[in-house]
Design a protein. Structure first.
Length: 290
């Protein structure tokens, strides 16, 4: 091969590599059933990922409640990460198996707010999410997990899983400062008024607790620091679980925006390239975008 031809081949290879490197990540949002307004939150979740310029985003909407789920078969393997905005009827066994294979094989998964209420009887899903609430969950599903006296507590006290008081702003405390999702964030920052999930319980296997918030008894809380951000390793897959969210106004909170965007990138790639924005909140007041 001539010297000029070698240079041309090398240039073409480098150009192809650059295009591949610049190719956006592919995200899939699943919605269609929820006890929250998924018709409102899905557009917000989609827009937040797209504004990073890192993702292209598709949406798959399930049949309505009590509909025929047999043909609900998203092609998970086409995507780098799946964002769950779903809490409703069980999927078919075929779809469950495909989802388990996808995540265990290295796919990314983001659990958004009430998605951790879903599928209480699906063992593998509960291992993916680490902790869940409602749906009849109790001590048979695993311990309550919270932070107390400087350490994680796994509490097997009998009782139902899942509770929250009225919406209110709350301070979030980072417990893993060196994780890619939380690295560079202030140790304490405030989220706008939201439901602070408490009494979550589940297998909590291979789970890293990234951040907690104090569930004030005066606000219907437990008096413990409850998990609000966590990651779970499931096979070769990466799961980011955020209890923050609820409806569109919570999606304008910078605490939610930044942790969701960074968490989704990490679930897709294992890395976070995004910088912490200047409007990220401090310990005392939330920051909200219009």
């Amino acid at each position: 091969m001539s010297y000029k031809r070698c240079l041309l081949t090398l240039s073409l290879w480098m150009a192809m590599a650059a295009v591949a490197a610049a190719a956006p990540l592919k995200a899939l949002i699943i919605d269609g059933q929820n006890n929250h307004k998924w018709q409102v939150t899905t557009p917000g979740l989609k827009a937040l990922l797209e504004e990073t310029k890192l993702f292209t985003v598709d949406v798959v909407t399930s049949p309505p409640r009590k509909g025929d789920m047999s043909n609900f078969t998203p092609n998970f393997s086409d995507y780098d990460v799946v964002v769950m905005n779903y809490m409703g009827d069980s999927w078919s066994e075929k779809t469950n198996e495909a989802f388990e294979k996808y995540v265990a094989g290295g796919g990314g998964l983001v659990i958004f707010h009430a998605a951790d209420n879903a599928f209480p009887k699906w063992k593998e899903f509960n291992e993916m999410i680490g902790l869940g609430g409602w749906g009849g969950r109790n001590e048979k599903d695993g311990p309550y997990v919270y932070w107390k006296d400087g350490k994680i507590v796994r509490d097997m006290t009998p009782g139902r899983g899942g509770s929250h008081g009225p919406q209110h702003p709350f301070q979030i405390v980072v417990r893993q400062k060196d994780h890619p999702i939380t690295k560079g964030l202030p140790e304490k920052f405030t989220h706008s008024a939201d439901e602070l999930y408490s009494r979550l319980r589940g297998p909590a296997k291979n789970m890293t607790l990234l951040a907690t918030a104090y569930a004030d008894p005066a606000k219907g809380g437990t008096g413990n620091h409850e998990p609000v951000l966590m990651t779970i390793d499931y096979g070769r897959g990466r799961v980011f679980h955020t209890v923050l969210g609820h409806i569109d106004k919570q999606l304008r909170s910078v605490a939610f925006i930044v942790t969701y965007q960074r968490g989704t990138e990490w679930a897709a790639t294992g890395k976070v390239t995004q910088e912490v924005p200047k409007d990220f909140p401090g310990p005392d007041e939330p920051s909200v975008r219009k």
